[in-house]
Design a binder for this molecule. Structure first.
Ligand code: SF4
Length: 225
């Protein structure tokens, strides 16, 4: 609890966990290396500014003002979150996890112990392009998590970040088909690659996604930006 694994935390937001007033906790480190990732400073950081204990101290003073805590990063499941989550639950906070879904065992453990209320799950790409985009061979692990969340009917959202130079309309349609075929029936949120000063792959974006070519017959599609 006293290791400095928290890069920073956002003290107040209403946009990260819809319907809740949240604190977002940005954890260092990640098990993927997505080319478009603009949180490279968080991903490569060896030490954060705060510990879970520090964040709990802050939250004690915010009880009654905040309703939820978002575990984000980097990839929060790189760390043992159980003690932290148990304390948050004792304090009455809802907990949302932002995750790439690769750490199936850690996610299952948190769900089994009733420590999560909601998950935002990243659907990075098709199986064929997963390594090309994330630089890791972890598609099957992600898919295991997605299947599990569907099977147990856990409340979650599925979202895809699109840099159209990396992921085209055919890829996205294939992902929609995959999600639908394993039983996902909800919304796929599609969010645009954000050009910032730096990202892991040092990339930009030349192509533009043609939204009209994205199939909408299987899932509801919502474009976020
Ligand atoms: S975008 Fe990719 S590399 Fe960056 S934090 Fe998310 S999963 Fe990790």
């Amino acid at each position: 609890m006293s290791q400095k694994i928290v890069y920073n935390y956002t003290k107040f937001t209403t946009t990260d966990y819809i319907g809740e007033i949240s604190c977002v906790v940005w954890h260092i480190s990640c098990n993927l290396r997505c080319k478009y990732c603009y949180n490279d400073n968080i991903v490569f950081s060896k030490q954060g500014l705060y510990s879970h204990k520090d964040v709990l101290e802050f939250l004690k003073r915010r009880k009654g003002l905040l309703t939820a805590v978002v575990l984000s990063g980097g990839e929060a499941t790189m760390h043992d979150l159980r003690l932290f989550c148990k304390e948050l639950k004792k304090m009455g906070f809802k907990i949302k996890l932002d995750s790439n879904g690769v750490n199936f065992e850690k996610i299952k453990e948190l769900i089994d112990e009733n420590l999560l209320d909601f998950i935002s799950l990243d659907f990075k790409s098709t199986k064929e392009k997963f390594k090309f985009i994330t630089l890791k061979n972890s598609y099957d692990k992600f898919l295991k998590t997605l299947k599990y969340l569907i099977e147990i009917k856990f409340p979650f959202e599925l979202r895809t970040t699109v840099n159209a130079d990396l992921l085209d309309e055919n890829d996205i349609n294939s992902m929609i088909n995959t999600a639908f075929s394993i039983g996902y029936k909800d919304i796929l949120y599609i969010q645009n690659f954000l050009q910032t000063d730096s990202n892991i792959g040092n990339i930009s974006q030349k192509e533009v996604l043609n939204r009209s070519l994205i199939r909408k017959d299987l899932l509801d599609i919502e474009f976020r930006n």
